[in-house]
Design a protein around this ligand. Structure first.
Ligand SMILES: Nc1ncnc2c1ncn2[C@@H]1O[C@H](COP(=O)(O)OP(=O)(O)OP(=O)(O)O)[C@@H](O)[C@H]1O
Length: 272
């Protein structure tokens, strides 16, 4: 790895660790000067760029988080029945710009139903949902078209917003790359692996630049690296001011979210 590559990797690692942009630029300039003066292999002088970035990040800490902004999603007193089965009872959630909310609870407690109600895909019996801004929704499964290429999905999403085919394709491929996926191939969606189809779903939900992003366990089938990228990407989207709601079973990630709605208590299998 030459000095330029080492510095590029360092910059990416600092960004990933959410070191403030100004501080990161300063660190990279200092490292470049040091390497130029020393003249030896950067690995011998400063070690692996990832470890160097980790040490920097530890010493100066991540960039301060922007304060949450205005309310983007307000779900109040949601009740939903299927026949005699009360799936949701008086469930409420308020999410502001710049916040991530996790919706958790036992299997069948109504997490997907709640999200679909927030997305306007399922009617509610009582309560109210108000969304301010553009909405993006990533379903647990489905959502892709078997006989289209990934690029054609990006073009369709772009067309909905009046974006031309070329820029729409490029935007899709760039977003996919953030999940470690090179999406520009000529493989029909029905031949993609389950995890890759889910990356396509997730990519599409972010492409329309939503203000409110609803994600229903979007990481199913992701390998470990993609899974880590996913949570990093959520943190970036939050820092850009998105309001995000993510259904998750993975309680070990709850330190990465701002709000938790546990629906187990809101249902407990009650029947009318
Ligand atoms: N269209 C429907 N008609 C009848 N019952 C339904 C319908 N959709 C969901 N249900 C029922 O509502 C309950 C909640 O389902 P939902 O998929 O919202 O749960 P969940 O918490 O997301 O589950 P999981 O953790 O397994 O994904 C379940 O008992 C389910 O069978």
């Amino acid at each position: 790895m030459n000095a330029d590559e080492w510095l590029r990797t360092l910059a990416a690692e600092l960004h990933q660790r959410r070191v403030a942009a100004d501080a990161a630029r300063h660190v990279v300039v200092e490292a470049a000067t040091h390497l130029r003066e020393d003249g030896r292999d950067p690995w011998l002088v400063l070690g692996p760029p990832g470890e160097y970035a980790a040490a920097i990040s530890e010493s100066i800490g991540p960039a301060p988080r922007p304060r949450p902004g205005p309310v983007r999603l307000h779900a109040q007193g949601i009740t939903k029945r299927y026949g005699r089965h009360t799936v949701l009872r008086d469930a409420s959630l308020t999410v502001r710009a710049g916040q991530i909310a996790a919706v958790v609870g036992a299997n069948g407690c109504g997490k997907s139903t709640f999200l679909r109600i927030c997305a306007g895909l399922v009617s509610l019996d009582t309560g109210q949902v108000t969304v301010t801004g553009r909405l993006g929704y990533c379903p647990q499964q489905g959502g892709t078209a078997d006989f289209l290429l990934p690029d054609e999905h990006f073009v369709l999403v772009g067309a909905g917003r009046g974006v031309a085919r070329g820029p729409a394709r490029r935007a899709g491929r760039t977003a996919a790359r953030q999940l470690g996926w090179e999406a520009g191939g000529d493989v029909l969606t029905r031949h993609l692996s389950g995890g890759t189809r889910q990356k396509l779903n997730l990519t599409m939900s972010t492409l329309s630049e939503p203000d409110v992003l609803l994600l229903d366990e979007p990481y199913q089938g992701f390998d470990h690296g993609t899974y880590v990228n996913f949570w990093d990407q959520l943190a970036r989207l939050r820092d850009q001011g998105k309001a995000i709601v993510v259904v998750t079973h993975l309680l070990n990630q709850l330190d990465r979210v701002d709000l938790v709605l546990d629906l187990t208590a809101a249902t407990r299998g009650e029947r009318a």
